[in-house]
Ligand binder design. Structure first.
Ligand SMILES: [Zn+2]
Length: 260
């Protein structure tokens, strides 16, 4: 870019304040090397011997405008960089918490339990629908997950009972071949649970502590803990129904059937 002397004169004050763009700067320096008159003017300006020509009323607004633009540009760039850094820090924090959660899920503490209690935290259980109610379960993940194995048509119900609290009914969950898994949530490690089923004669049942070691699940846990509810794919595992969601007539029929 070739500059003429009057443009150079306008640019000199900006150059002195280091407000020029790299492009203008190099063009100006090139001109100063070649033009004796301008370089002399620049030298005097630098020594404070002359007030810059640009301080005249005619060009001052232009220069100020340009300086303002440069400042504005720098502030915008600064804000953008700060924002990007903040986003990166948030993303790294969430990633770190997610990895911690995955590690915690993969290595649950295993406690010694009283005899006759099945510890779902150390291993899942395979049972038949008929034998299921013989077991007493312990979980320390606050969840118990029940899955019906098999692809033939079925429709039935799982019921969760509190063994300690005079065998009281806690939750009910309906399953069919589309939704073959249900997870009872909000459970306590200090309680012992029993599961009964209805309408699933002959089916194989897998019972687990519902622990999911996947990245997505841990990410979902972390986001929920942080209060950032976003739409992550939910699986049918979260379809467990509370007793209040089931029509009373159906519930009383199930309860009557299971107490026989
Ligand atoms: Zn010149």
């Amino acid at each position: 870019m070739k500059l003429n002397c009057s443009i150079v004169e306008d640019l000199l004050p900006l150059y002195l304040e280091e407000l020029c763009s790299e492009e203008s700067k190099s063009a100006l320096e090139e001109h100063l090397r070649e033009c004796h008159s301008c370089s002399e003017k620049f030298a005097r300006m630098k020594n404070g011997q002359i007030i810059p020509h640009t301080e005249t009323s005619e060009t001052k607004p232009l220069i100020q405008d340009y300086a303002k633009k440069v400042r504005h540009h720098r502030i915008c760039a600064g804000i953008s960089i700060a924002f990007i850094c903040l986003l990166a820090i948030c993303a790294l924090t969430i990633l770190g918490l997610t990895l911690l959660d995955m590690r915690r899920a993969a290595n649950p503490p295993i406690y010694e339990l009283e005899d006759g209690v099945y510890n779902l935290t150390s291993a899942a259980l395979e049972s038949t629908a008929e034998e299921l109610e013989q077991y007493v379960f312990y979980t320390n993940t606050a969840k118990i997950s029940v899955k019906v194995d098999g692809n033939r048509h079925f429709q039935g119900t799982f019921m969760l009972w509190d063994k300690e609290n005079s065998g009281s009914f806690i939750q009910i969950c309906e399953v069919d071949e589309k939704t073959s898994t249900c997870t009872f949530t909000g459970l306590s490690a200090s309680r012992r649970y029993m599961i009964t089923c209805d309408g699933l004669a002959g089916a194989n049942i897998a019972v687990s502590d519902g622990q999911d070691n996947s990245f997505l699940n841990s990410l979902s846990n972390v986001l929920n803990e942080l209060g950032l509810y976003i739409l992550l794919p939910k699986t049918s595992e979260y379809l467990a129904l509370n007793a209040s969601n089931v029509p009373l007539s159906r519930l009383s029929r199930i309860l009557a059937a299971s107490s026989l």
